[in-house]
Design a protein around this ligand. Sequence first.
Ligand code: C2E
Ligand code: CA
Ligand code: CA
Length: 604
Amino acid sequence: MDDAISAARILIVDDNAANLAVLAELLDMAGYTRVYTEQSARRAVARWQAEPFDLLLLDIRMPDMDGHAVMTALQAHLADDDYLPCIVLTAQTDRETREAALDAGAIDFIAKPFDFDETLKRIKTALNTRLLHTKTRNQLTDFGQKISAQTEALIAKDHDLAYLAAHDSVTGLLNRRAVTARITQMAKAHQGGVTCALIEVTDTDQLLLIEGVESVDMFLRTVSTQLKMVIDDHLGLCGVWGGQTFLCVLPFIGDGVPLVFDRLAKAAFSSVAGFDFDVSLHGRGGFSSAQSDTGVLDEAAIDAAIRRAGFALASQHKRCNLLVEFNQIMADTALRRNLIERELNLAMRQSPEQFFLQFQPKVDLKSERVVGCEALLRWDHPTLGWISPAEFIPIAEEKGQIEQLGFIVIAQALQFIQRMHRDCGRAVMVAVNVSGYQFELMRAKGGSLIDEIRDLLEKYQIDPQYLELEITESALMSGFDWVIEKLHRLRELGVSVALDDFGTGYSSFSYLQKLPITTLKIDRSFVDNAANMPRQAALLGGIVRMAQELGLVTVAEGVETLGDIELLKTFNCPIAQGYYYSRPLMPDAFIVLLRQPGRILPAH
Ligand code: C2E
Ligand code: CA
Ligand code: CA
């Protein structure tokens, strides 16, 4: 017999001890190992309820409680998916008795007196059914448990996904999508208006290089916690707008706003503890309010406010640590800059002829003859007109186009020297402006600038004494010693070097001594009005004298009046350049000027 069957727990209930004994003996002989007997129906119910059996063999007629009552009592405690495994033992085989037993939940009958074979068969069948039922039920329970565990896991995962979809993984703040959706909700509740601020922290690049990505994450978390603390005080919203840019939103506009944003700026741009070293943070930010004329603050109005905040942010220096309010000039400037950037790219690729040089004479103050000129780059755009180099050069510098522009300028300057020789029978020195960025690019990529100059000099067969480079102090940013070495190389080529805009930067005489330059160009701001301001005049005179002592030629820039000229003459300043003599000229006009014999006449 199957182990599971022989080990089934069977309870026989009969008030007749003899019956119990006979059945127990029979089952024992058949191999059943766990057979129990009970003479009292009540005790049987209690035993069953304490621990259900696999089979109940139940007498119907008993003194304390009949079989029907026993079944009814046990049925009352059955689980939904259970049944009572009960075979009724009865001497009465009448229909009524059977039906009553079936109604009470019996599954079979065994007639008394017992036919042993039949009895054992019925018991075994009942047990087989029971075991099958138990097994199926257990499987279902297992399955059910698995399903509910899986369902719970799915729900949890759903929660996770929803969380991840709405939050920035580094800081835990709302991400761009989620914060935008929340502002729209917030705006519905605060139709009076909301104020949006974008705050960028700008120290992360350096931190990433030095300390690694973990530190950057920690740093961003710290900033976000500090921002959130302030924002929560005002029932606002705070989210991550981009890598290192946060969006903070206040549910109000007007007078209270700047005060809160001062707090926000302090929270964002303060020092952060927890690093091996002190990190003091820098950044910039902008804000703008969204208000509605119609009383409905919709998504478009909020988008526009965030864009305006972006303009205000971009208009600030990267490390100014300020949070400024948007104004229209900021947008105009940014849009103009963007336009110039695009058009510059296009012109350099497709229409380089839009770029050309003008030449401004440099005049010897003793002889009043033209002894040189400065080449100044011009851009004549077909629709935008003339664009000032002061506007497009800084953009070209930032976008790396200055290198190519620089070569265009040097090539055109050398061609102009050729032309002077050809058309005038003589030439004067041409000074070309070289940006500090060109030195930086040279340092980054290798010595291309100097090699190019040498190649171009050779190509156009130009004597290097006709070429001068004007550099500003910004060139020294690439490394003082390195730049000095490059300047020596230029000098070895025979090219002159002028230090431009002297007086606007650090302007230290101590480094002047070390720089292998030939010329000092005194900035316009020193010359301007010096004739009427004794202190400034004294300073100007001092610079000219010191330069002379250092063996440098001085050129005074921005000379506009006769008074300027006379003052410079008293200081023995050798050369002047400025509107007094001439504005920058087109090549043809410069050739005409150079051909004229004698002194140059004032322009007016
Ligand atoms: P900069 O090198 O200081 O050039 C002198 C600027 O002063 C020129 O402006 C010139 O037109 C102007 N200027 C000359 N005399 C007077 C005067 O008497 N009064 C006044 N108020 N201004 C005078 P421009 O041509 O607009 O150039 C501006 C700046 O753009 C230049 O300043 C230079 O830094 C840059 N730049 C021009 N051409 C080039 C170039 O080919 N390469 C590079 N890297 N920069 C250039
Ligand atoms: Ca210059
Ligand atoms: Ca200058």
